[in-house]
Design a protein around this ligand. Structure first.
Ligand SMILES: [Zn+2]
Length: 1009
C-alpha cells in the first residue's frame, strides 16, 4: 500500500436480495450462549394488566359469558374467511418482494427452504436469526429526539407505521444500547385501539427487541408501534456519537451519526436492514446555541422560552435506515445552488469556513451533481445536499442521502500547502460519495453480501467523475491501472483471497464484506464490463436499472439483466449474468498465456489458469486445490511490429485451452493481449514474444499505449515473482525507462521496484540492487528532473508527477545528487525558518533529510509537527519521522504515538506501518504490534479497514523463516487478514529460497558486462 491509499470503507454497503433468512445457522459459541440468554429472556416479568379493575365481579361474569358465546360463533365464521384471504395475501406479498429483487432461481429455492424451516421449530423464536422475520414491513417512521449536549444523552420517541405481511404475534425489530421505556402497539383497523402486550424483551446476541402480543396481527393490515427510549451519545464513532474540536482555545462539541452498516439501531428502534425501506420524518430538539441537520431540509422550527429549539425536517422519500443521518453542531457553512435549484452547503468548523478550506469541495460538488444527472439521466432526488466536515469519523466519508459526512482530511483543502496527491485523493472521495446518492441511496442493495456492487460502482466512478472534472489527470485510462487494478491483483492473487460476492452468515460478516476486494475488484470488473459493452450501452443499461428500481432495492442480477437487455437491443446476444457470475462467484483471476504456434497458419494457442503467487498455498487448501477455476475472458488482442500495431480484436476465451487465428505474423511480429489493460487478468507470452516486446519498448515504445506499457511492467514483475518467468526479464524490460517520458509506466515500475526492494533490503547483496538501479538508468534523468521539480513551486500537471516519481526513486535508492539537494533544502529551512520546499515533494525531502541528517533534524521535524495547523502538512511531517535510522528514536515515536494524545488516533496506524517500511524499523514495528495487539485491537477492531491495513502493513515485508514462524505462532487462523499475512510472508520466504540466488547472479553478470 502506498501513502495515497485511502482508508475508506465506510461509505458502504451491498446487496442481494431479500428477505433471506439464514435460519438455523448458528455457530458453536452461540449455542453455548443460548442457555444464558434464555434465562435472561424468560426472566422478563409479564405484568398483569389492570385496566378492568373497576368492573365488578358479577358484571364480569355476565359480560364474559355473553362475549364467549358471541365470540365462538363469530370466530368460526371468520376463521374460514381469513384462512382463504391469508393464503392469497401471503402469495401476493412474497411475489411483490421477489419482483423487487433477484429472479435467480437458486435464490428462490433457498428462500422457500428457509420459510418451511421457519414454520417448524425455529419459527417459534425468530429473534435468534441473523435476519428479521419477513412478517412485517415498515412504511413510515416519525422520529422525535431530544438531544442533551451538556451530558451527552438523548431521549426519543418513535412511531412506526408498518404492514403485516404474514400473520404473527411477534414484533421483532433492532435496538442496541438503547434503554426502552414504554411500548404501545395500535391496530389500525376500524376498532382502533391498543393491543395488549404479552411480554417484551431485548435479545442482545442479535441486537433485537421482541414484543409478543396477545393477539395475532393479520396480513394486509397496518399497525403502529410507539416506543420511547433513551441512550448515551457515545464516544465511540458509531451510531449517534460525539466528537470535538478546539475553536479559539475553547473545546466545542458536536454529535453526528454513522449508521452504515448496522448502527441505526443504536440511535432508535428500527427495522435495520437495507430491504426495509420506509419514509422518515425526523425532528430534533436541542439547545438553541446549536443547529441541527438531517437528510431533508427543515420544514418548521419552533423555539420555546427556555432556550430550546425543535427542528422538524421534511418527510424523506422511501429509503433504508443505514443512510439516514442527523447532526447537532455549531458549524458555519458556504452555499452554492445548481442550475436545477438544488442547494448545496458545506458545513465545517467556523475557522475552516472562514479560511475558505471548504470552497474547493463545494465547487466540485456543484459540477458533479450536474455530471451525474446527465450521465445517469436521472435527477438528484432531494431538494438539498449538505456536506459535513467532521473532525473525527470512522471512515473517510459516508454517503448519507442529502447529508454526506466527511472526515476533515477528505474534504477541506488549503490550496497553499496541499500537495497534488492530497487534492486528488480528496476529489476522488467527494466524487465517490456523490455517486452513491444514486448508486446506493436511490437504488439500494438488497442485502450486504453484494456490497461490492455499490462500492465497486462508486469506486469506478471516482475515475469517471474525476475525468469529467479534470480531463488532464487521465484517471480512467491511466491512474486506474496502478491505483486499482495492479493494487487489487496483488491481493486477489493469494490463495487466501475470497470471491467478491461473499455470503453473510452472521452479524460480524457484515463488516467483513467491506474490504479492498469489494471496492477495487468490484471497480475493475465494472470497468472491464463497461469496455466490453461500450459506453453508450453501458450508460443505457444503468439508466434503465436506476429508473426501474428507484426508491427500491435491487440485486446484482437485476443489473446484469438490464445490461443484457441493452446489448440485445443492439443485436448483441451476450448473457451478462453468465459471464459475470464467473468473475463474481469465483475468487481470484486468470493468467492468460498466449503462444504462437509453429505452424504457418498464423494461429496462436491461448490458455487460462488461476493465477496464484504461491502454488503451495493453493495445494495446502484442499477446497481450493480441487477446484478448477475457469472464466469467460474477453481477451483483446493486437499484433504489431517495429512501426505498426493492428487494431484490436476481441476473443472470448472460455475453455482451458483454445486455438485461434490472428492476423498475419512474420518472424518479428509480436502479440499484445489485454489492450489498454481493460481486462481483469494477467497476460503471459512465450519468451520469444517477451523479447520482441522488450525490443519494441527500447526502440520505439510509443507504438504501445501508455496503459499497456504500465500493464506490461506490472505483469512482468508479478509473473516473475510467482515463478512464471525468469527473474531477469522484468529488469531487462525496465531498462527502457530511461526513454520513458510518461508518468504511468514509471509509476508502475516504481511500485514493482519498491516491492522488490522490500524483499531484498535486508539481504547481504542489497547494495548490488540499488546500485544497479541508480547507476544504470537513473542518474542522468534524475538530475534533470530533480532540479526542475525543485524550481517549480506548484506542481500539478502530469509531467511534474513524473518528476516527483523519478525523484522519489532517486532519493530512495541512494542517488547522491538527490540526497544533496534534500539536505540543502532542509538546512535552508532550519536556518531561515522559512519552508521553501514545494508541497509536492515535501514527503521525499523530509524523509531523506531525517534519514541522512542528525538527531536535531528529527527534533526539528517533531517540533514542526506540533506547531503546524494544516492537516495535510502534519501528516507528511509525522511520516517523515519514521524514516530515521536511529532505533531509539523510532521506538520513542511508536510509544509517543500510542500512549500520548500527541498523535491523532487515525494516524497512529500509519506511524506503525511506516516504521515497518524502514528496513531498520521492520522488526521493531512487528514486535511492537505484537506487544500492543490488545490495545490496538480494542481501539481499531471495529474500524475494519484500519485493522486489516495495520495487519498487512506490519507483516507484508517480513521475509525470514523466523519471522514466518512468529506470525504463525502469534496469529495463525484468527482474522482473515492474518491468514493473508501468513500466506504473503510464506511466499516471501519461498521467493528467497527459489529465486534470490538466480536474481543476484544475473545482476552481477549484468553489472560486470
Ligand atoms: Zn462507498
Amino acid at each position: 500500500e502506498r501513502e495515497r491509499e485511502r482508508e475508506r470503507g465506510a461509505d458502504h454497503e451491498y446487496k442481494t436480495h431479500q428477505i433471506r433468512h439464514i435460519m438455523g445457522i448458528e455457530d458453536a459459541s452461540m449455542r453455548n450462549g443460548r442457555a444464558l440468554s434464555d434465562q435472561w429472556a424468560d426472566s422478563v416479568v409479564v405484568r398483569p394488566r389492570t385496566t378492568e379493575q373497576h368492573i365488578t365481579v358479577n358484571k364480569r361474569l355476565v359480560l364474559g359469558f355473553a362475549i364467549s358465546i358471541l365470540t365462538l360463533i363469530i370466530v368460526t365464521a371468520i376463521a374460514i374467511t381469513l384462512s382463504v384471504s391469508f393464503e392469497r395475501c401471503a402469495a401476493e406479498s412474497s411475489g411483490a418482494l421477489a419482483a423487487n429483487g433477484s429472479s435467480n432461481s437458486k435464490w428462490k429455492q433457498s428462500q422457500n427452504a428457509n420459510i418451511s424451516h421457519r414454520d417448524s421449530e425455529d419459527g417459534q423464536q425468530p429473534w435468534r436469526h441473523l435476519r428479521l422475520p419477513a412478517t412485517l414491513r415498515p412504511r413510515h417512521y416519525d422520529l422525535r429526539l431530544s438531544v442533551y449536549m451538556e451530558n451527552f444523552t438523548f431521549s426519543g420517541e418513535v412511531h412506526i407505521e408498518f404492514e403485516c405481511v404474514h400473520s404473527t404475534k411477534l414484533i421483532v425489530l433492532h435496538t442496541d444500547r438503547l434503554e426502552v421505556d414504554k411500548v404501545l402497539v395500535y391496530s389500525d383497523s376500524k376498532k382502533a385501539g391498543v393491543m395488549r402486550i404479552q411480554r417484551r424483551f431485548h435479545y442482545q446476541p442479535k441486537q433485537v427487541y421482541v414484543i409478543a402480543l396477545h393477539r395475532e396481527m393479520k396480513p394486509l393490515r397496518t399497525y403502529k408501534i410507539n416506543i420511547t427510549f433513551h441512550a448515551h451519545i457515545e464516544h465511540e464513532l458509531l451510531g449517534f456519537f460525539r466528537s470535538s474540536y478546539v475553536l479559539n482555545g475553547e473545546r466545542r462539541f458536536l454529535a453526528v451519526t454513522q449508521f452504515s452498516p448496522t448502527h441505526a439501531r443504536k440511535a432508535f428502534p428500527c427495522f435495520d436492514e437495507p430491504i426495509y425501506k420506509a419514509t422518515f420524518r425526523v425532528s430534533l430538539k436541542h439547545e438553541s446555541s446549536y443547529q441541527s441537520l438531517s437528510n431533508m431540509p427543515v420544514e418548521a422550527s419552533m423555539s420555546d422560552e427556555d432556550g430550546w429549539v425543535t427542528n422538524h425536517f421534511s418527510r424523506t422519500p422511501r429509503m433504508s435506515t443505514y443512510y439516514l443521518a442527523w447532526a447537532v453542531c455549531n458549524f458555519t457553512y458556504r452555499e452554492a445552488v445548481t442550475e436545477s435549484g438544488v442547494v448545496i452547503r458545506l458545513y465545517a468548523r467556523p475557522d475552516a469556513i472562514q479560511s475558505g478550506s471548504g470552497d474547493y469541495a463545494l465547487h466540485i460538488t456543484k459540477r458533479l451533481l450536474q455530471f451525474y444527472q446527465d450521465y445517469f439521466k436521472v435527477k438528484y432526488s432531494l431538494p438539498k445536499l449538505d456536506l459535513l466536515a467532521v473532525p473525527k469519523h470512522p471512515y473517510a466519508a459516508m454517503e448519507n442521502w442529502g447529508l454526506s459526512v466527511f472526515v476533515e482530511q477528505k474534504i477541506l483543502l488549503d490550496p497553499d500547502v496541499s500537495s497534488f496527491s492530497y487534492q486528488m485523493e480528496l476529489t476522488m472521495v467527494v466524487v465517490h460519495e456523490i455517486c452513491h446518492q444514486w448508486f446506493g441511496d436511490l437504488v439500494t442493495p438488497v442485502w450486504w453480501e453484494d456490497v461490492w456492487l455499490k462500492e465497486g460502482f462508486a469506486h469506478y466512478f471516482e475515475y469517471i467523475g474525476t475525468d469529467f472534472l479534470f480531463p488532464k489527470w487521465n484517471m480512467e485510462k491511466q491512474r486506474f491501472l496502478t491505483d486499482v487494478l495492479h493494487e487489487v491483483m496483488l491481493l486477489d492473487g493469494l490463495a487466501s483471497s475470497h470471491p467478491i460476492s461473499q455470503e453473510v452468515f452472521q452479524a460480524t460478516d457484515i463488516d467483513r464484506v467491506f474490504d479492498w476486494i469489494a471496492y477495487k475488484k468490484g471497480a475493475a470488473l465494472i470497468r472491464m464490463l463497461a469496455n466490453v459493452m461500450g459506453q453508450p450501452l453501458f450508460q443505457r443499461g444503468l439508466n434503465d436499472y436506476l429508473m426501474t428500481h428507484m426508491y427500491g432495492n435491487a440485486a446484482r442480477d437485476d443489473l446484469w439483466n438490464k445490461f443484457s437487455e441493452a446489448m440485445q437491443r443492439e443485436g448483441k446476444d451476450i448473457n451478462i449474468t453468465q459471464v459475470m457470475d464467473r468473475w463474481t462467484l469465483q475468487m481470484g483471476y486468470p493468467v492468460v498465456t498466449i503462444s504462437k504456434n509453429d505452424s504457418l497458419d498464423n494461429s496462436v494457442t491461448i490458455s487460462q489458469e488461476h493465477f496464484v503467487y504461491d502454488t503451495d498455498a493453493k495445494i495446502q487448501n484442499p477446497e481450493l486445490f480441487n477446484k478448477s477455476f475457469q472464466w469467460q475472458i474477453p481477451l483483446t488482442l493486437a499484433v504489431g511490429n517495429s512501426s505498426h500495431i493492428s487494431t484490436e480484436t476481441i476473443i472470448w476465451v472460455s475453455n482451458k485451452t483454445e486455438t485461434h487465428r490472428v492476423g498475419h505474423m512474420g518472424g518479428e511480429t509480436w502479440l499484445l493481449g489485454n489492450i489498454n489493460q481493460t481486462g481483469y487478468f494477467r497476460v503471459n507470452y512465450d519468451l520469444h514474444n517477451w523479447r520482441l516486446l522488450i525490443q519494441q519498448l527500447m526502440t520505439n515504445s510509443t507504438i504501445i499505449s501508455v496503459g499497456n506499457r504500465a500493464g506490461l511492467i506490472d505483469d512482468v514483475f508479478n509473473l516473475a515473482r510467482a515463478g512464471y518467468l525468469p527473474q531477469n526479464v522484468p529488469l531487462q524490460m525496465i531498462s527502457y525507462l530511461s526513454q520513458e517520458t510518461e508518468f504511468l509506466p514509471w509509476h508502475a515500475a516504481s511500485r514493482a521496484l519498491y516491492q522488490l526492494d522490500k524483499l531484498l533490503d535486508r539481504t547481504e547483496d542489497h547494495s548490488l540492487f540499488s546500485v544497479s538501479l541508480i547507476s544504470d538508468q537513473f542518474t542522468v534523468c534524475c538530475i534533470l528532473t530533480l532540479t526542475s521539480a525543485i524550481r517549480n513551486t506548484r506542481l500539478i500537471s502530469s509531467s511534474t508527477e513524473l518528476q516527483r516519481e523519478v525523484m522519489m526513486l532517486a532519493c530512495s535508492f541512494g542517488n547522491k545528487h538527490c540526497h544533496r539537494q534534500a539536505v540543502s533544502l532542509i538546512s535552508d529551512w532550519i536556518s531561515s525558518n522559512k519552508n521553501r520546499i514545494p508541497p509536492n515533494v515535501r514527503d521525499i525531502v523530509y524523509c531523506t533529510g531525517v534519514s541522512l541528517m542528525d538527531e536535531d533534524v528529527w527534533e526539528f521535524i517533531w517540533m514542526k509537527f506540533h506547531s503546524s495547523t494544516a492537516i495535510s502538512e502534519k501528516k507528511v511531517l509525522l511520516e517523515a519521522l519514521t524514516c530515521s535510522d536511529n532505533i531509539f528514536l523510532l521506538n520513542r515515536l511508536l510509544n509517543l504515538s500510542l500512549t500520548s494524545d500527541l498523535v491523532p488516533d487515525q494516524d497512529v496506524i500509519d506511524v506503525i506501518i511506516h516504521v515497518g517500511r524502514n528496513p531498520l524499523g521492520r522488526h521493531l514495528a512487528w514486535r511492537y504490534f505484537c506487544e500492543k495487539w490488545d490495545i490496538l485491537n480494542s481501539r481499531y477492531g471495529e474500524a475494519l479497514f484500519m485493522n486489516s491495513k495495520l495487519i498487512s502493513g506490519v507483516t507484508e515485508f517480513l521475509n525470514t523463516e523466523a519471522e514466518l514462524n512468529e506470525v504463525r505462532l502469534n496469529f495463525y487462523k484468527s482474522a482473515p487478514a492474518f491468514a493473508r499475512a501468513v500466506e504473503i510472508v510464506q511466499a516471501n520466504v519461498k521467493w528467497h529460497i527459489l529465486f534470490q540466488q538466480q536474481f543476484y547472479r544475473w545482476l552481477r553478470k549484468a553489472l560486470d558486462g
